[in-house]
Design a protein around this ligand. Sequence first.
Ligand code: HEM
Length: 285
Amino acid sequence: MKFDNGTEQATFDKVVSELPSLIKTKCKGYDELYGYQLLPGDYYKESIVKALLYKFCKANNFEYEGTTSALCDTLNWRREFDPLSAAFSERHDDALVNVGILTKYPKEDSNKRVVTWNLYGALITQKHVFDDINKFLRYRIGLMERSIGLLDFEDESNNFVAQVHDYDGVSMWRMDPQIKKCTKQVIAVFQKHYPELLSAKFFINVPSLLTWVYDVVKKFVNEETRKKFVVLNDGSKLGQYLTSAPSKLYGGNSKDTLQAQNVKEVKPSDYTLYLFEQKVSADVE
Ligand code: HEM
Protein backbone atom coordinates (compact mmCIF):
# COMPACT_ATOMS: atom_id res chain seq x y z
CA MET A 1 0.00 0.00 0.00
CA LYS A 2 1.38 3.35 -1.02
CA PHE A 3 0.44 6.71 0.44
CA ASP A 4 1.45 9.96 -1.22
CA ASN A 5 1.27 11.95 2.00
CA GLY A 6 0.32 11.83 5.67
CA THR A 7 -3.24 12.98 4.96
CA GLU A 8 -3.92 9.93 2.82
CA GLN A 9 -2.52 7.66 5.50
CA ALA A 10 -4.62 9.46 8.15
CA THR A 11 -7.83 8.97 6.13
CA PHE A 12 -7.02 5.32 5.61
CA ASP A 13 -6.32 4.80 9.34
CA LYS A 14 -9.59 6.51 10.21
CA VAL A 15 -11.58 4.32 7.81
CA VAL A 16 -9.94 1.23 9.34
CA SER A 17 -10.72 2.29 12.90
CA GLU A 18 -14.28 3.43 12.15
CA LEU A 19 -15.18 0.33 10.16
CA PRO A 20 -16.87 -1.62 13.01
CA SER A 21 -19.08 1.30 13.90
CA LEU A 22 -19.91 2.05 10.23
CA ILE A 23 -20.93 -1.56 9.65
CA LYS A 24 -23.07 -1.55 12.76
CA THR A 25 -24.81 1.78 12.24
CA LYS A 26 -24.96 2.14 8.46
CA CYS A 27 -24.83 -1.37 6.97
CA LYS A 28 -27.17 -3.33 9.24
CA GLY A 29 -24.19 -5.34 10.49
CA TYR A 30 -23.33 -6.76 7.05
CA ASP A 31 -19.60 -7.47 7.16
CA GLU A 32 -18.76 -9.32 3.93
CA LEU A 33 -16.84 -7.94 0.97
CA TYR A 34 -15.81 -10.10 -2.03
CA GLY A 35 -16.12 -13.16 0.20
CA TYR A 36 -13.98 -11.79 3.05
CA GLN A 37 -15.06 -11.07 6.59
CA LEU A 38 -14.52 -7.41 7.49
CA LEU A 39 -14.93 -7.58 11.26
CA PRO A 40 -12.79 -9.64 13.65
CA GLY A 41 -14.16 -13.16 13.77
CA ASP A 42 -13.29 -16.72 12.72
CA TYR A 43 -12.68 -15.76 9.08
CA TYR A 44 -11.10 -12.35 9.58
CA LYS A 45 -7.67 -11.50 8.21
CA GLU A 46 -6.48 -7.98 8.94
CA SER A 47 -4.08 -7.74 5.96
CA ILE A 48 -6.85 -8.58 3.50
CA VAL A 49 -9.35 -6.20 5.05
CA LYS A 50 -6.78 -3.41 4.89
CA ALA A 51 -6.03 -4.17 1.24
CA LEU A 52 -9.75 -3.97 0.41
CA LEU A 53 -10.28 -0.75 2.35
CA TYR A 54 -7.25 0.77 0.63
CA LYS A 55 -8.97 0.21 -2.72
CA PHE A 56 -12.06 2.11 -1.59
CA CYS A 57 -9.88 4.95 -0.21
CA LYS A 58 -7.87 5.17 -3.41
CA ALA A 59 -10.94 5.17 -5.65
CA ASN A 60 -12.34 8.03 -3.57
CA ASN A 61 -9.15 10.10 -3.52
CA PHE A 62 -8.62 9.36 0.18
CA GLU A 63 -11.57 11.55 1.05
CA TYR A 64 -13.17 10.19 4.24
CA GLU A 65 -16.86 10.96 3.59
CA GLY A 66 -16.72 9.77 -0.03
CA THR A 67 -14.90 6.58 0.91
CA THR A 68 -17.19 5.58 3.75
CA SER A 69 -20.32 6.39 1.80
CA ALA A 70 -19.09 4.30 -1.20
CA LEU A 71 -18.14 1.45 1.10
CA CYS A 72 -21.48 1.42 2.94
CA ASP A 73 -23.34 1.66 -0.38
CA THR A 74 -21.44 -1.40 -1.57
CA LEU A 75 -22.05 -3.41 1.59
CA ASN A 76 -25.75 -2.55 1.55
CA TRP A 77 -25.93 -3.46 -2.13
CA ARG A 78 -24.21 -6.80 -1.40
CA ARG A 79 -26.64 -7.55 1.41
CA GLU A 80 -29.56 -7.09 -0.99
CA PHE A 81 -28.17 -8.36 -4.29
CA ASP A 82 -26.22 -11.30 -2.85
CA PRO A 83 -23.45 -11.45 -5.46
CA LEU A 84 -21.95 -14.53 -3.78
CA SER A 85 -25.09 -16.44 -4.60
CA ALA A 86 -24.86 -15.21 -8.22
CA ALA A 87 -21.27 -16.47 -8.28
CA PHE A 88 -21.46 -19.78 -6.50
CA SER A 89 -25.00 -21.10 -6.20
CA GLU A 90 -27.13 -19.89 -9.06
CA ARG A 91 -27.44 -21.53 -12.44
CA HIS A 92 -27.22 -19.18 -15.39
CA ASP A 93 -28.38 -19.49 -19.00
CA ASP A 94 -26.03 -21.87 -20.87
CA ALA A 95 -25.66 -19.34 -23.68
CA LEU A 96 -24.10 -16.97 -21.15
CA VAL A 97 -22.03 -19.57 -19.36
CA ASN A 98 -20.47 -20.54 -22.70
CA VAL A 99 -19.23 -17.03 -23.41
CA GLY A 100 -17.80 -16.21 -19.99
CA ILE A 101 -14.31 -17.62 -19.52
CA LEU A 102 -11.89 -17.25 -16.62
CA THR A 103 -8.19 -17.82 -17.06
CA LYS A 104 -5.31 -17.86 -14.62
CA TYR A 105 -1.83 -17.07 -15.91
CA PRO A 106 0.77 -17.43 -13.11
CA LYS A 107 3.63 -16.33 -15.38
CA GLU A 108 1.92 -13.25 -16.80
CA ASP A 109 2.95 -9.67 -15.93
CA SER A 110 1.79 -8.14 -12.71
CA ASN A 111 -2.00 -7.87 -12.29
CA LYS A 112 -2.79 -9.59 -15.57
CA ARG A 113 -2.69 -13.07 -14.04
CA VAL A 114 -6.44 -13.39 -13.69
CA VAL A 115 -8.39 -12.63 -16.84
CA THR A 116 -12.11 -12.59 -17.52
CA TRP A 117 -13.07 -13.16 -21.12
CA ASN A 118 -16.47 -12.10 -22.44
CA LEU A 119 -17.02 -13.54 -25.90
CA TYR A 120 -19.89 -11.15 -26.51
CA GLY A 121 -19.61 -11.44 -30.30
CA ALA A 122 -20.96 -14.99 -29.99
CA LEU A 123 -24.17 -13.66 -28.43
CA ILE A 124 -25.28 -11.91 -31.55
CA THR A 125 -27.44 -14.95 -32.42
CA GLN A 126 -28.62 -15.34 -28.80
CA LYS A 127 -30.08 -11.94 -28.10
CA HIS A 128 -32.71 -13.39 -25.76
CA VAL A 129 -30.07 -13.38 -23.00
CA PHE A 130 -30.41 -9.60 -22.80
CA ASP A 131 -34.22 -9.63 -22.41
CA ASP A 132 -34.13 -9.86 -18.63
CA ILE A 133 -31.62 -7.30 -17.36
CA ASN A 134 -31.58 -8.72 -13.86
CA LYS A 135 -30.75 -12.23 -15.13
CA PHE A 136 -27.94 -10.87 -17.27
CA LEU A 137 -26.64 -8.78 -14.40
CA ARG A 138 -26.63 -11.75 -12.01
CA TYR A 139 -24.64 -13.79 -14.53
CA ARG A 140 -22.12 -11.00 -15.19
CA ILE A 141 -21.68 -10.10 -11.52
CA GLY A 142 -21.32 -13.81 -10.72
CA LEU A 143 -18.45 -14.03 -13.22
CA MET A 144 -16.86 -10.91 -11.74
CA GLU A 145 -17.04 -12.36 -8.22
CA ARG A 146 -15.50 -15.63 -9.34
CA SER A 147 -12.64 -13.77 -11.01
CA ILE A 148 -12.07 -11.87 -7.75
CA GLY A 149 -12.00 -15.26 -6.00
CA LEU A 150 -8.84 -16.06 -8.00
CA LEU A 151 -7.00 -12.93 -6.83
CA ASP A 152 -4.71 -12.69 -3.84
CA PHE A 153 -5.25 -9.53 -1.84
CA GLU A 154 -2.02 -10.11 0.06
CA ASP A 155 -0.05 -9.90 -3.17
CA GLU A 156 0.14 -6.50 -4.84
CA SER A 157 1.11 -8.10 -8.12
CA ASN A 158 -2.10 -10.12 -8.22
CA ASN A 159 -4.92 -8.05 -6.83
CA PHE A 160 -6.45 -6.71 -10.04
CA VAL A 161 -8.18 -8.54 -12.91
CA ALA A 162 -7.77 -7.93 -16.61
CA GLN A 163 -10.76 -8.31 -18.90
CA VAL A 164 -11.18 -9.10 -22.57
CA HIS A 165 -14.25 -8.45 -24.69
CA ASP A 166 -14.12 -10.45 -27.89
CA TYR A 167 -16.53 -8.97 -30.44
CA ASP A 168 -15.75 -11.44 -33.20
CA GLY A 169 -18.87 -11.87 -35.32
CA VAL A 170 -20.47 -8.57 -34.40
CA SER A 171 -21.73 -6.40 -37.20
CA MET A 172 -24.45 -3.92 -36.52
CA TRP A 173 -25.48 -0.56 -37.75
CA ARG A 174 -27.47 0.40 -34.74
CA MET A 175 -27.07 -0.62 -31.16
CA ASP A 176 -29.74 -2.97 -29.89
CA PRO A 177 -31.60 -0.99 -27.15
CA GLN A 178 -31.78 -4.00 -24.82
CA ILE A 179 -28.03 -4.67 -25.14
CA LYS A 180 -27.43 -1.00 -24.48
CA LYS A 181 -29.55 -1.11 -21.30
CA CYS A 182 -27.73 -4.19 -19.97
CA THR A 183 -24.37 -2.67 -20.84
CA LYS A 184 -25.19 0.57 -19.06
CA GLN A 185 -26.31 -1.22 -15.95
CA VAL A 186 -23.29 -3.54 -15.73
CA ILE A 187 -20.95 -0.58 -16.18
CA ALA A 188 -22.73 1.35 -13.40
CA VAL A 189 -22.52 -1.57 -10.94
CA PHE A 190 -18.85 -2.22 -11.72
CA GLN A 191 -17.96 1.44 -11.23
CA LYS A 192 -19.81 1.72 -7.95
CA HIS A 193 -19.15 -1.59 -6.29
CA TYR A 194 -15.88 -2.93 -7.70
CA PRO A 195 -13.40 -0.06 -7.35
CA GLU A 196 -9.70 -0.48 -8.13
CA LEU A 197 -10.07 -4.04 -9.34
CA LEU A 198 -9.54 -3.65 -13.08
CA SER A 199 -6.00 -3.45 -14.43
CA ALA A 200 -6.72 -3.39 -18.17
CA LYS A 201 -9.63 -4.04 -20.49
CA PHE A 202 -9.10 -5.21 -24.07
CA PHE A 203 -11.77 -4.92 -26.74
CA ILE A 204 -10.74 -7.20 -29.55
CA ASN A 205 -11.98 -8.07 -33.03
CA VAL A 206 -13.80 -4.76 -33.15
CA PRO A 207 -14.56 -4.07 -36.83
CA SER A 208 -13.36 -0.59 -37.81
CA LEU A 209 -16.92 0.21 -38.86
CA LEU A 210 -18.04 -0.23 -35.27
CA THR A 211 -15.63 2.08 -33.56
CA TRP A 212 -18.64 4.36 -33.12
CA VAL A 213 -20.04 1.87 -30.55
CA TYR A 214 -16.92 2.50 -28.51
CA ASP A 215 -17.60 6.23 -28.63
CA VAL A 216 -21.19 5.66 -27.45
CA VAL A 217 -20.37 3.24 -24.63
CA LYS A 218 -17.33 5.02 -23.27
CA LYS A 219 -19.57 7.94 -22.30
CA PHE A 220 -20.98 5.79 -19.48
CA VAL A 221 -17.51 5.12 -18.15
CA ASN A 222 -15.45 7.36 -15.87
CA GLU A 223 -12.12 8.80 -16.96
CA GLU A 224 -9.99 6.59 -14.70
CA THR A 225 -11.53 3.39 -16.09
CA ARG A 226 -11.34 4.63 -19.67
CA LYS A 227 -7.58 5.02 -19.40
CA LYS A 228 -7.35 1.25 -18.99
CA PHE A 229 -9.07 0.45 -22.29
CA VAL A 230 -7.25 -0.91 -25.33
CA VAL A 231 -9.18 -1.42 -28.58
CA LEU A 232 -7.74 -3.88 -31.09
CA ASN A 233 -9.33 -4.49 -34.47
CA ASP A 234 -7.21 -7.59 -34.86
CA GLY A 235 -7.71 -10.13 -32.05
CA SER A 236 -4.42 -11.89 -32.79
CA LYS A 237 -2.56 -8.81 -31.51
CA LEU A 238 -3.82 -9.51 -28.00
CA GLY A 239 -0.80 -11.77 -27.35
CA GLN A 240 1.41 -8.66 -27.38
CA TYR A 241 -0.36 -7.56 -24.20
CA LEU A 242 -1.26 -10.94 -22.74
CA THR A 243 1.53 -13.39 -23.55
CA SER A 244 -0.11 -16.42 -21.92
CA ALA A 245 -3.19 -16.18 -24.14
CA PRO A 246 -3.83 -18.99 -26.66
CA SER A 247 -1.67 -18.70 -29.78
CA LYS A 248 -4.60 -19.62 -31.98
CA LEU A 249 -6.94 -16.65 -32.47
CA TYR A 250 -5.23 -14.48 -29.84
CA GLY A 251 -1.53 -14.51 -30.76
CA GLY A 252 -0.21 -15.54 -27.33
CA ASN A 253 2.29 -18.27 -26.40
CA SER A 254 -0.03 -21.02 -25.23
CA LYS A 255 -0.87 -24.00 -27.40
CA ASP A 256 -4.08 -24.53 -25.42
CA THR A 257 -7.41 -23.24 -26.63
CA LEU A 258 -9.25 -20.69 -24.54
CA GLN A 259 -11.79 -23.36 -23.57
CA ALA A 260 -8.96 -25.60 -22.34
CA GLN A 261 -7.58 -22.72 -20.26
CA ASN A 262 -10.99 -22.00 -18.73
CA VAL A 263 -10.99 -22.29 -14.92
CA LYS A 264 -14.42 -23.81 -14.44
CA GLU A 265 -14.36 -24.31 -10.69
CA VAL A 266 -13.50 -21.43 -8.40
CA LYS A 267 -13.50 -22.35 -4.74
CA PRO A 268 -15.72 -20.08 -2.65
CA SER A 269 -13.89 -18.54 0.31
CA ASP A 270 -14.36 -20.10 3.75
CA TYR A 271 -16.41 -17.12 4.84
CA THR A 272 -18.66 -17.49 1.78
CA LEU A 273 -19.25 -21.14 2.67
CA TYR A 274 -20.01 -20.15 6.25
CA LEU A 275 -22.53 -17.52 5.08
CA PHE A 276 -24.20 -20.08 2.81
CA GLU A 277 -24.52 -22.49 5.75
CA GLN A 278 -26.05 -19.75 7.87
CA LYS A 279 -28.58 -19.00 5.15
CA VAL A 280 -29.56 -22.64 4.82
CA SER A 281 -30.02 -22.96 8.60
CA ALA A 282 -32.13 -19.79 8.67
CA ASP A 283 -34.30 -21.11 5.81
CA VAL A 284 -34.83 -24.41 7.61
CA GLU A 285 -35.83 -22.78 10.91
C1 HEM B 1 -19.20 -2.84 -22.13
C2 HEM B 1 -21.90 -6.08 -24.45
C3 HEM B 1 -20.44 -4.28 -28.72
C4 HEM B 1 -17.36 -1.39 -26.36
C5 HEM B 1 -20.08 -3.86 -22.38
C6 HEM B 1 -20.81 -4.58 -21.38
C7 HEM B 1 -21.57 -5.48 -22.03
C8 HEM B 1 -21.31 -5.35 -23.45
C9 HEM B 1 -22.54 -6.47 -21.42
C10 HEM B 1 -20.76 -4.34 -19.85
C11 HEM B 1 -19.39 -4.53 -19.23
C12 HEM B 1 -18.92 -5.95 -19.14
O1 HEM B 1 -19.70 -6.91 -19.32
O2 HEM B 1 -17.73 -6.14 -18.82
C13 HEM B 1 -21.76 -5.86 -25.81
C14 HEM B 1 -22.45 -6.61 -26.86
C15 HEM B 1 -22.06 -6.08 -28.05
C16 HEM B 1 -21.11 -5.01 -27.77
C17 HEM B 1 -23.39 -7.76 -26.60
C18 HEM B 1 -22.46 -6.47 -29.43
C19 HEM B 1 -22.98 -7.64 -29.71
C20 HEM B 1 -19.42 -3.40 -28.47
C21 HEM B 1 -18.55 -2.81 -29.46
C22 HEM B 1 -17.69 -2.00 -28.80
C23 HEM B 1 -18.01 -2.08 -27.36
C24 HEM B 1 -18.59 -3.10 -30.97
C25 HEM B 1 -16.59 -1.21 -29.43
C26 HEM B 1 -15.37 -1.24 -28.97
C27 HEM B 1 -17.67 -1.48 -25.02
C28 HEM B 1 -17.09 -0.65 -23.98
C29 HEM B 1 -17.63 -1.07 -22.75
C30 HEM B 1 -18.51 -2.16 -23.07
C31 HEM B 1 -16.07 0.48 -24.20
C32 HEM B 1 -17.35 -0.49 -21.34
C33 HEM B 1 -16.54 -1.47 -20.55
C34 HEM B 1 -16.42 -1.23 -19.05
O3 HEM B 1 -16.78 -0.19 -18.55
O4 HEM B 1 -15.94 -2.11 -18.35
N1 HEM B 1 -20.38 -4.36 -23.65
N2 HEM B 1 -20.95 -4.91 -26.40
N3 HEM B 1 -19.06 -2.93 -27.21
N4 HEM B 1 -18.51 -2.38 -24.43
FE1 HEM B 1 -19.64 -3.69 -25.42
